[in-house]
Each structure stands twice: as structure tokens, then as C-alpha cells.
Design a protein around this ligand. Structure first.
Ligand SMILES: [Zn+2]
Length: 470
């Protein structure tokens, strides 16, 4: 049964709820692409579906605005799939269990995908509404933003005529983003030798952390479960590592890491000690559970277990540099998002970000040098460029003006430490003038994700007003 029927703007939430019923995790966007194509077809709108799955839908200008420059409205089709521990949910099949309470829409037990389903829903509501005055509209839906902006990277875009673009992939109403960090993913791996194990084995689970978005929340001092587990293992004097696995996405601060170790030490006492000394104000619920496990026949050698822990403990993580130019802006950072033990190898996957392209490459070089010390290897992929600040931006000017007219106060104009597709899109669409905005969303990329209903309404009515003025 529809849960969002009574919310306003009605058509926006209607489409949002439909989107939530269609699986659309990153890498699994075929169904949602098809849904967008069907939407365009059934309304007689021109559309282009690119091979990678990006969908472009066009709507001619309303009467009298035919000579205006087109406006591109853009969002991404994919969502981050995270679920709460113990929740049974198949992101490839199940509909999200959307619900609302007070001012918030959320999904029971999983991410909501308000990031960025609400953009898709708003665009659909705008496209179907013939009562709004607007210039030619070109809606661009990209795929696989969350895992490396692959849709924007592969965008052909020849069909896009507009050179002013509103990206609806930000999370704070009243804030216009005009510049962002570039990024890249890096995976560092080291090989380890094994031996026969004679020691008792334990399953160690470290959890209870807050986590969050590895870009916009990297400065909040939250613990990273992968780093915390490495730090805990380094407190054990005599221990063989069997495996360590944690995190699900390189762009989410990991909240749960599991290790299997073999040791004669009183590991439960050490765990209690560690928790006592390492729980922080931002992560007061840090928890380590130690359970006796069945005996594993093989473990990493003592030397290589130590080498692995040294490797993990020495990995850089978090903020590397604050911006000298913009107050409170993290310029360069990285997040150790995923640890995986497989085939006698431990691999560590990072999301790196910087608003200075050179600094991103330097950090990548540093990681490469670091892993070489452990005879390991680094792979990197999914480079995306920083979106640089434009001194002259007619779009930003008019957007600020309309916002002030409508709400009596200027919006905040900011640069952020997160990736937005605007950097790549600026490379593809020559001379692009872009601004990013969005409704209030909280704890995105986590199963506590919430979307503010009132801010969706406010933003939507702003966009309607803006289109009239463009
Ligand atoms: Zn997003």
C-alpha cells in the first residue's frame, strides 16, 4: 500500500514512491532506466537512452519561452545500498519499505535512496506538469554515480544543447553548491603466507559506530571500523590473523568490521580495555564482541599477521589537508571504506578526494609508495575531476536572485568536499554553467537516511518559480 500518498508535492512523492519500488542500486540500473524511458514514451516526450543507461528526456519550452536557452536538470538513477545488521533485504529484488514520520521519509532497515531518487521524482513531476512556464527542458539522468560516476564519465551528451545545468544531488535546502572535489578509488593489496594453526580461534566483531558519507562527513571525527579494528589487533601481542573484512562501500565510513584471529591471549579483556579507551564523544557506542570460534586449520604466519596489522595501522585515513582558501573546507581526504581477505591477500579500498587535482594524484602516489614497502600492489580507477569555481556564473546569479525574491534571504553559496557529477559534466559540455542543490537529507548512505518532506516542497516550488524566470 502506498505510504506517501498524502504528502506534498503530491506528484513528486508519487514518483518517488514508484522509484523506491524498483531496484536501483549502483550497477543494477537497467530497470530504473527502462522506467524512465517508459515515462517519456507514455507522455510523448523525446528521449535518448545511451548505451550505458543514461536517459535524456526533453520537453519543449512552454508557450512564449521558445527562444530561451535550454535548462538541463540532472540527477543520478542509482542509490547506495546499505542495510542494518540483521535485516533481510535483497536490493536486487525487493521494494524499499518506505514510510514517513513527522517531517521525514525513510525506509525501514535500509538506505532510502532519497539520494538521488528525489531528483528523478522532481524531474518527472516537472516534465508532466503543463501548467508551469519554462524554457526548453533537458532532463539528464545518469547511472552509477555512487560507485565512480560511470554514467557521467561515459556520457556522450551530443544531444544535450543546454549549457546551464542544475544538478539536484545536494543535501541541504537553501545551499547552492558551485564547486566540489574530484576523486578516485584506490585498492591496495598485500599477499600473506599461511601456516598450520594450533591456537584457539575467535570471531571478533567491531561495531556500534555512526559511520556516514566519506566526503561530506569526513571532518566529523567519526571512527572508521576498519581502522579501529586494525588498532585493536595491534594491541594483541601474540596473535595470528585468519581474516579481516569490513565495510561495504569505499565511499561510506565503515561501521562494522569482523576479524577472525587465533591467539592464547585473554582477548576479551583486551577488547574491553580497547573499547574503554577508544570510544569517543562522536562514537560513544563503539563495541567489540569476542566469541569463541571453531578452530581454523590455517592462519597467516606470525610474521605476516604482524605485517598485515602494521600495514593496516599505517594506512592514512581521514583528513589530509584543510583548504587554505575556503574556511572549513576539507581540501584532501581519503576513507578506508572496505577491507577484504581473499586468496591469502588482504585488500584495502579507498575513496580519495581533493579539490586540487594535483594533490589527489600526489596522495595516490603516496599510497603506491606505501604499499610497495609491504611488497603489495595498488590499483586505481574511476578518476573524476574537481569541479572548479566559476567566477562568472549567470545561472548562479539568477538562482540567487529568485531565491531571495521567494524566501527573503539569499541562499548560501558553497564549495564542498564531495564528488558531484558537475566536474565531469563540465568537461563533457563545453562552457557549462552549473549549480547544485537539493532538499534536506540526513545520514545519506546509511540505513538511517531521512528525507525532509517540507524541504522537498520548498525546493520544488522554488524550481517551478525559477523555471519561469529562466
Ligand atoms: Zn547522490
Amino acid at each position: 500500500m502506498a505510504k506517501l500518498t498524502n504528502l506534498l508535492p503530491e506528484r513528486v512523492f508519487h514518483y518517488f514512491e514508484e522509484i523506491c519500488s524498483i531496484p536501483h542500486g549502483s550497477g543494477d540500473t537497467a530497470k530504473i532506466s527502462d522506467y524512465c524511458v517508459e515515462f517519456a514514451k507514455s507522455r510523448g516526450l523525446e528521449f535518448i537512452k545511451e548505451d550505458i543507461g543514461n536517459v535524456i528526456i526533453k520537453k519543449p519550452a512552454s508557450l512564449g519561452k521558445e527562444n530561451c536557452e535550454p535548462i538541463v536538470l540532472q540527477g543520478h538513477l542509482d542509490m547506495v545500498c546499505e542495510k542494518a545488521e540483521g535485516v533481510e533485504f535483497d536490493f536486487t529484488k525487493d521494494s524499499l519499505k518506505v514510510d514517513c514520520e513527522g517531517d521525514y521519509v525513510f525506509a525501514h532497515g535500509t538506505t532510502l535512496g532519497g539520494d538521488d531518487g528525489i531528483a528523478v521524482a522532481m524531474c518527472m513531476a516537472l516534465l508532466e506538469d503543463d501548467s508551469i512556464a519554462h524554457p526548453p527542458i533537458e532532463v539528464l539522468f545518469t547511472v552509477d554515480e555512487e560507485t565512480g560516476m560511470y554514467g557521467a564519465q561515459a556520457l556522450v551528451g551530443d544531444d544535450i544543447k543546454g549549457r546551464r545545468l542544475i544538478n539536484i544531488d545536494s543535501e541541504e535546502e537553501g545551499v547552492f553548491t558551485v564547486s566540489c572535489a574530484g576523486g578516485v578509488r584506490a585498492e591496495l593489496s598485500i599477499s600473506l603466507n599461511t601456516e598450520i594453526n594450533n591456537l584457539p580461534c575467535y570471531n571478533v566483531t567491531l561495531d556500534g559506530l555512526i559511520g556516514g558519507h566519506s566526503g561530506v562527513e569526513i571532518h566529523k571525527g567519526r571512527l572508521n571500523s576498519n581502522k579501529a579494528m586494525a588498532a585493536f589487533l595491534s594491541t594483541l601481542n601474540d596473535c595470528r590473523l585468519i581474516s579481516i573484512n569490513g565495510g561495504m562501500k569505499d565511499n561510506a565510513i565503515p561501521v562494522l568490521t569482523r576479524a577472525v584471529v587465533a591467539t592464547n591471549e585473554d582477548i576479551s579483556r583486551k577488547a574491553a580495555d580497547f573499547v574503554k579507551h577508544n570510544a569517543t564523544d562522536s562514537d560513544p557506542d563503539l563495541n567489540i564482541t569476542v566469541l569463541k570460534a571453531e578452530k581454523c586449520e590455517v592462519c597467516f604466519t606470525k610474521k605476516d599477521s604482524e605485517r598485515a596489522v602494521d600495514f593496516l595501522c599505517g594506512l592514512p585515513n581521514g583528513i589530509i589537508k584543510w583548504s587554505d582558501n575556503i574556511d572549513n573546507l576539507v581540501e584532501t581526504s581519503l576513507n578506508l571504506g572496505v577491507l577484504l581477505t581473499e586468496n591469502n591477500k588482504i585488500s584495502a579500498s579507498f575513496a580519495l578526494r581533493s579539490s586540487v587535482n594535483e594533490d589527489k594524484l600526489k596522495l595516490l602516489d603516496d599510497l603506491k609508495e606505501y604499499v610497495a614497502k609491504f611488497d603489495g600492489k595498488m590499483l586505481s580507477e574511476g578518476h573524476y575531476p574537481a569541479w572548479e569555481y566559476r567566477k562568472e556564473s549567470p545561472l548562479r546569479d539568477i538562482m540567487c536572485k529568485v531565491y531571495e525574491q521567494q524566501y527573503g534571504a539569499l541562499p548560501q553559496v558553497v564549495a564542498i568536499h564531495a564528488g558531484l557529477e558537475c566536474g565531469l559534466l563540465s568537461e563533457k559540455l563545453n562552457g557549462l554553467d552549473a549549480v547544485s542543490m537539493g532538499p534536506n537529507m540526513y545520514d545519506i548512505h546509511t540505513c538511517r537516511e531521512r528525507l525532509s518532506i517540507s524541504s522537498v516542497e520548498k525546493l520544488y516550488s522554488y524550481i517551478c518559480k525559477l523555471l519561469e524566470c529562466l
